[in-house]
Design a protein around this ligand. Structure first.
Ligand SMILES: [Fe+2]
Length: 320
């Protein structure tokens, strides 16, 4: 039927019908667009001013982890990878490349690069401070392990000598970052800061799980030349951290009594967690007591011989 033979009324009807179809098709297309970001909460701030010091505090641990993993795998650290993130802070002391098998080296290298990303993400979101002085010397680890056992290991523990010792020394570090993030979480208010914290916590927990799983495979082996099993090493280190933090059991080794296992039904303890298998949390004060190795957040030492940087740590040192 030719268009000119249709009455004007019908012509308008066809025109409206056509426009309706086009607009409906457009809406259907829009409706099928995938949603990739959740909408921000209507009244919340992206970064609340109170988030800043709390998230910056984490940089003390993130810097320590960065240098530990990068040096262990590659023999160099942040100053060779992304020097501006150090913000002029002093280079770490006592670091060196560890004697690692190929698989362990690849894992640790990846962890090292992940830490660089963590530093960048924190500093971009809430700002930051210069890298603190970090002590990753063999002597520092010797002291930690001697303290953990209550006597001097003979020969003194060397974290860099092989993969097993390096993994045992690694058991000491990311777990503290993990519990610090769990502890910080309830005090974070901004939705962008919450997203940052969740992303950091996820990877930190993953690193800890990998380290613990690798150690669990060898849990019953003795660590040469000592007559001490891998499991006992982890027990002693966890005990030491609980002692230093002074807030009860928030840290558990790889093999535990049944009452500390998941649902009180297992003695394997590849992940350290509470009665409901939720990760333990620690306050900045507890974290500092551990990383200073002094059991006192006002007395620096251990991994951070000149103390942590940022408002929280400096205030506790009387500088704030
Ligand atoms: Fe990290």
């Amino acid at each position: 039927m030719a268009l000119q033979t249709i009455s004007p009324l019908l012509r308008y009807f066809f025109l409206f019908f056509f426009l309706f179809l086009v607009s409906d098709a457009h809406h259907s297309l829009a409706d099928t667009q995938p949603v990739c970001e959740s909408k921000p909460p209507p009244k919340d701030l992206p970064v609340h001013p109170r988030d800043v010091d709390l998230m910056q505090f984490a940089l003390n641990l993130e810097h320590t982890e960065t240098e530990w993993f990068l040096f262990g795998a590659l023999g160099y650290g942040l100053d060779n990878v992304e020097p501006e993130l150090a913000m002029g802070g002093p280079p770490p002391v006592g670091t060196r490349k560890a004697r690692l098998d190929n698989v362990t080296r690849r894992i640790i290298e990846e962890f090292g690069y992940q830490e660089v990303g963590h530093l960048r993400a924190i500093k971009k979101t809430v700002g930051g401070f210069p890298r603190p002085l970090i002590n990753l010397s063999k002597h520092n680890f010797e002291q930690i392990f001697d303290e953990a056992f209550g006597y001097s290991l003979s020969p003194p523990f060397d974290p860099y000598i092989d993969s097993l010792n390096y993994l045992l020394a690694s058991y000491v570090i990311p777990y503290v970052g993990l519990v610090a993030y769990v502890g910080t979480n309830p005090n974070i208010e901004g939705y962008v800061t919450k997203r940052l914290l969740a992303g950091l916590l996820a990877v930190e927990a993953g690193q800890d799980a990998v380290i613990r799983a690798l150690l669990y495979e060898r849990a019953k082996e003795t660590v040469p030349p000592y007559d001490i099993t891998v499991a006992e090493f982890t027990d002693r280190i966890s005990d030491l951290r609980n002692r230093l933090a002074m807030c009860g059991v928030r840290d558990e080794g790889l093999i535990v009594p049944l009452e500390l296992g998941a649902e009180q039904r297992t003695t394997s303890n590849i992940l350290s967690a509470d009665r409901n298998s939720l990760g333990y949390g620690r306050t900045p004060e507890e974290v500092l007591r551990i990383v200073y190795g002094t059991g006192n957040e006002h007395v620096p030492g251990g991994f951070l011989p000149a103390g942590g940087n940022g408002v929280i740590a400096r205030k506790l040192l009387g500088d704030g």
